[in-house]
Design a protein around this ligand. Structure first.
Ligand SMILES: [Zn+2]
Length: 307
């Protein structure tokens, strides 16, 4: 049977970490965080799992490596990274979305996606869960998985107001998974706007190509987290009883530790976590940047705001 995978797609700083953590609290679901960070920053650079161990030393991830590849030492990381550079990039999105079945793009995408499929299958075996969550976000990977992988993909496309994303992307945020104290990358409002358009459009097209997709906005999600999580439970084909939803209310969630990779600083928070709309951009994003981002992203922004 194909592994069922919820892929959380969207632009960075759009609420993807929160979403994968809430999904990971559900019975029958194992959330891995951003699997795209496993290869380079996780295994090569020695980043931390949310349990506090190096990913290469974490018992959970070790077991996944054993089942997927016969141990991380047997995995050809160089080949994986070579493939990634030839397919999992924004510039390959047009070719990926064409979906031709006979060209070199198809072969590379299928080979690349097979690494992820092995990780998902192994994670389901190790955890005993029915559904695995990957919050790797980017559209090029979602295309490889949705169109070329032997998995049952459920794409959850989360969209945040472009001005909020642009403001967040100008701020330096300390990465809690990095041993060396690195920060999440920053981007100019212009670059963020272009990325916001490309990523969101590509994820939308993927849905029109037949990939099972559920779209939601970050703002609506924060306004009604319980209702939206119920929608996602139904979308993923899960059945969750009321007691299992008690970790979540309209203004906070109670979160456990997990074994996930990448994400923003809330990825490792446990216990009671407040759910509040982050709309600081309304007062802190300079007016010129606000006008620029609004103008560049206007047609999509308006459509998404209407729901
Ligand atoms: Zn761990």
């Amino acid at each position: 049977m194909q592994p069922r995978v919820i892929f959380v797609g969207g632009v960075s700083r759009s609420g993807t970490t929160l979403l994968h953590r809430l999904l990971g609290q559900l019975p029958g679901v194992v959330s891995l965080g951003e699997v795209s960070n496993l290869w380079e920053t996780g295994l090569k650079n020695g980043d931390l799992c949310t349990c506090g161990e190096l990913i290469s030393s974490c018992v959970f991830w070790k077991e996944i490596g054993e089942r997927a590849f016969g141990g991380w030492g047997a995995l050809d990381l160089h080949e994986m990274e070579r493939l990634r550079g030839t397919i999992d990039r924004v510039r390959f999105l047009p070719a990926l979305l064409k979906g031709k079945r006979s060209d070199a793009v198809q072969q590379k995408a299928a080979a690349y996606a097979s690494y992820y499929a092995k990780i998902y299958a192994a994670a389901l075996e190790v955890s005993g869960a029915r559904v695995v969550v990957d919050s790797s976000k980017r559209a090029s990977l979602a295309c490889c998985l949705g169109m070329y992988a032997d998995i049952d993909l459920k794409l959850v496309h989360i969209i945040r107001d472009s001005r909020g994303v642009a403001y967040s992307c100008t701020k330096h945020v300390l990465r809690v998974d990095s041993v060396g104290g690195a920060t999440l990358g920053t981007a100019s409002p212009m670059d963020t706007s272009l990325n916001w358009i490309v990523q969101n459009l590509a994820l939308e097209i993927l849905g029109r190509k037949g990939v099972s997709t559920h779209m939601l906005t970050y703002e609506r999600f924060i306004d009604d987290p319980v209702g939206l999580l119920r929608e996602l439970i139904s979308f993923a084909g899960l059945s969750v009883d009321e007691p299992a939803m008690r970790f979540l209310s309209d203004d906070h969630a109670v979160l456990d530790t997990g074994h996930s990779i990448g994400g923003n600083p809330m990825r490792a928070q446990t216990g009671r976590v407040s759910l509040r709309l982050d709309d600081v951009w309304r007062t802190h994003l300079p007016r010129s940047d606000r006008l620029l981002v609004s103008a560049l992203t206007y047609p999509l922004l308006r459509r998404y705001a209407r729901g």
